[in-house]
Design a protein around this ligand. Structure first.
Ligand code: TRP
Length: 334
């Protein structure tokens, strides 16, 4: 025990990391490494709840995701990185928690209905999809986490996790599980190229490991203030997704200069984007380099994941002993 508070978080391996993920979840994870004892994992079983009919990409995405995480700055010396499906204890805990979770708790989960509507090409009327939050609750309480860094959309799941943990302790008159808190960190929302939320399904992403030319091309074609039609028109930087990027990638002096230059029509959109391209490429440079280096060293990545899996498995098997004892299934047999 390190005396640091423990946190757990996972990401589903549904695709490569884009800038929205980087500045949303990952930058936050990287910050938290210093302060907390962190368990970060690839939630590949969770991906299967929606991708069960086409699981082929999950494995590849899982690998790529770990490499992206390491490239962006997760440090295996400071946090534990593991793959959910490699720790079979998650399946056992999921099963046992499923026994005590009342069906209405799952049916009233807003994500359940919303996703069924949004992903209407998929049949999500499955046991696995309904049970998504039970699996997630298991992920979290398995490590007796005190905190769960997540985005707003995941708050109902964390709330359910707290209820399930309390119910377990109450039902089996034990104190195996602490109730975890959501760690909601305000992260800047980075719009996609078209100004909507950056999302793979909208096709408006910039990926962190995309070739430089492609990044240049995408930024050059980005939407700007739609009311600034001619170069001589003055613009409103707050209406341009390009400016949202400047706030993340450019220096405060540049940001101030660009804002003023846009309002007074001193700077045109082409020039503004050129500055952004330079700054984005400069920031992504080290990530890209790290990635190239890791791609050339597959066994190092493999080692990191193996070590993480082992550490997680050790923790998980300890918790599961307590869980089995609390339920008392084996009492008197050995
Ligand atoms: N449901 C989360 C998401 O879609 C991923 C996830 C699975 C998770 N298990 C978790 C996040 C445990 C935090 C803790 O983003």
């Amino acid at each position: 025990m390190t005396g640091k508070k423990r946190i757990v978080s996972g990401i589903r391996p549904t695709g490569r990391l884009h800038l929205g993920n980087l500045h949303g979840a990952l930058d936050n994870w990287i910050q938290l490494q210093k302060q907390y004892e962190c368990f970060y994992f690839v939630a590949d079983w969770h991906a299967l709840t929606t991708e069960y009919a086409t699981p082929g990409a999950i494995r590849q995405n899982t690998r790529e995701m770990v490499v992206d995480w390491l490239s962006a700055g997760l440090d295996p010396e400071m946090c534990t990185i593991f793959i959910q499906s490699e720790i079979k204890e998650h399946a056992e805990l999921y099963l046992l928690l499923g026994m005590i979770t009342p069906l209405p708790w799952l049916e009233r989960n807003p994500a359940y209905k919303e996703q069924q509507v949004q992903l209407d090409q998929k049949d999500l009327a499955t046991h696995g999809f309904l049970g998504y939050p039970v699996l997630m609750a298991g992920d979290i309480i398995m490590y007796k986490a005190q905190g769960v860094p997540v985005g707003k959309d995941q708050l109902p799941h964390v709330e359910l996790t707290r209820e399930i943990a309390r119910r377990f302790n109450f039902m089996y008159q034990c104190e195996v599980f602490p109730t975890p808190d959501a760690l909601l960190t305000e992260v800047p929302v980075l719009p996609g190229l078209d100004g909507r939320k950056m999302s793979k399904s909208y096709g408006n992403c910039i990926y962190i490991t995309e070739p430089e030319d492609s990044i240049r091309d995408k930024i050059s074609k980005m939407m700007t203030d739609p009311q600034r039609v001619r170069r001589s028109d003055s613009g409103d930087p707050e209406l341009s997704p390009v400016f949202a990027y400047h706030k993340l990638y450019s220096s405060p002096a540049e940001v101030a200069d660009i804002a003023e230059g846009c309002r007074s029509a001193r700077i045109g959109c082409v020039e503004c984007k050129k500055i952004l391209i330079r700054n984005v490429l400069e920031k992504l440079g080290p990530i890209r380099e790290k990635r190239l280096q890791l791609e050339g060293d597959v066994s190092r990545v493999e080692e990191i994941v193996q070590a993480g899996n082992e550490k997680a498995r050790h923790e998980a098997s300890g918790t599961m002993e307590e869980v089995r004892n609390a339920i008392g299934l084996r009492r008197g047999w050995n």
